[in-house]
Design a protein around this ligand. Structure first.
Ligand code: PMP
Length: 285
């Protein structure tokens, strides 16, 4: 961990060692908090509007107050990027319901807002070149995965299971069908070249990258089917990949030990990654 970062906490820009949150903060006690992660390239924020729209939706689904306006959020992002000389990486943002005596009922208090930066090579990530190996595991998460809460223990356990198996990530399976990855949306490409990805609902997070990638795929005349698929169908697919704000399009070359296609990064995944990067840089702010 870099100990020299400046982080934002409730109106203040502080060295990370001085940035503190109360033990009575409901984010800490009850995971009563939502978050967003955006990628930064050349000091600019990718897909800011999409992420703040989803943040507003997460807040509203939980009857949580917004900590400030979207314009103020943009100012905070920019100030933090500047103060940390961040050219490439990510900004993490978290809103918690706030600080109150422990009680299951929501208190009427002011929300807490925390943002920090993380330097990272998001463009030239090794996974984009080599592809990733995934395992499948049961999806043990709660029923409102459409809300981006900080309850990340189940995905953390999934990531550890993947590591223990010598793999990079896990795909989560519910009632025989893949929901999504631990921190990304999951896709396969059929022999006919059709992209298949789980339809939106409370079972998965509506990825901001997912929306953009499906739009670019459809503009490139690639057929799309939004429906559940099984691990068996995925293992027999021509290609597989994931999307997220920080992975962009991440090729998958192995699922539960079965090689996907020729075991190399797929053409559609590579092309969509290029298009995504090129297009999202045009709207970066
Ligand atoms: N699903 C889950 C469970 C995630 O955690 C993420 C990453 N936040 C995604 C999908 C991808 O969403 P996005 O493209 O907005 O990063």
């Amino acid at each position: 961990m870099s100990m020299s970062r400046i982080v934002y906490v409730n109106g203040e820009y502080l060295p990370e060692t001085d940035a503190k949150i109360s033990v009575f903060d409901r984010g800490f006690l009850m995971a009563d908090a939502v978050y967003e992660v955006t990628s930064i390239i050349d000091g600019k924020i990718l897909a800011f509007d999409g992420h703040t729209e989803r943040l507003e939706r997460s807040l509203s689904e939980l009857d949580m107050k917004a900590p400030c306006s979207i314009d103020e959020l943009l100012d905070i992002h920019r100030e933090l990027i500047k103060r940390n000389n961040l050219t490439e990486g990510l900004v993490y943002l978290q809103v918690t319901r706030g600080i109150a005596d422990r009680d299951f009922a929501y208190p009427d208090v002011e929300p807490s807002l925390v943002l920090f930066t993380q330097a990272k090579n998001v463009v030239n990530s090794p996974i984009a070149k080599t592809g990733m190996k995934v395992i499948s595991i049961p999806d043990i998460r709660w029923g409102r995965r459409d809300i981006k809460t900080v309850q990340l223990l189940a995905p953390s356990m999934g990531k550890m299971a993947a590591k223990a198996a010598g793999c990079d990530d896990a795909w989560l399976v519910e009632d025989g069908f893949v929901t999504e990855g631990t921190s990304n949306n999951a896709y396969i490409v059929t022999a006919e070249g059709t992209i298949v990805t789980r339809n939106l609902g409370t079972e998965i997070l509506a990825g901001i990258t997912r929306a953009a990638v499906l739009r670019y795929a459809s503009e490139a005349q690639i057929k799309i089917e939004e429906r559940p698929f099984t691990i068996e169908e995925a293992q027999a697919a021509k290609e597989a990949f994931v999307t997220s704000a920080t992975t962009f399009v991440g090729p998958v070359i192995e699922i539960d030990g079965a090689q996907i296609g020729d075991g190399k990064v797929g053409d559609i995944a590579r092309r969509l990654r290029e298009i995504y990067l090129e297009e999202s840089l045009k709207t970066a702010i």
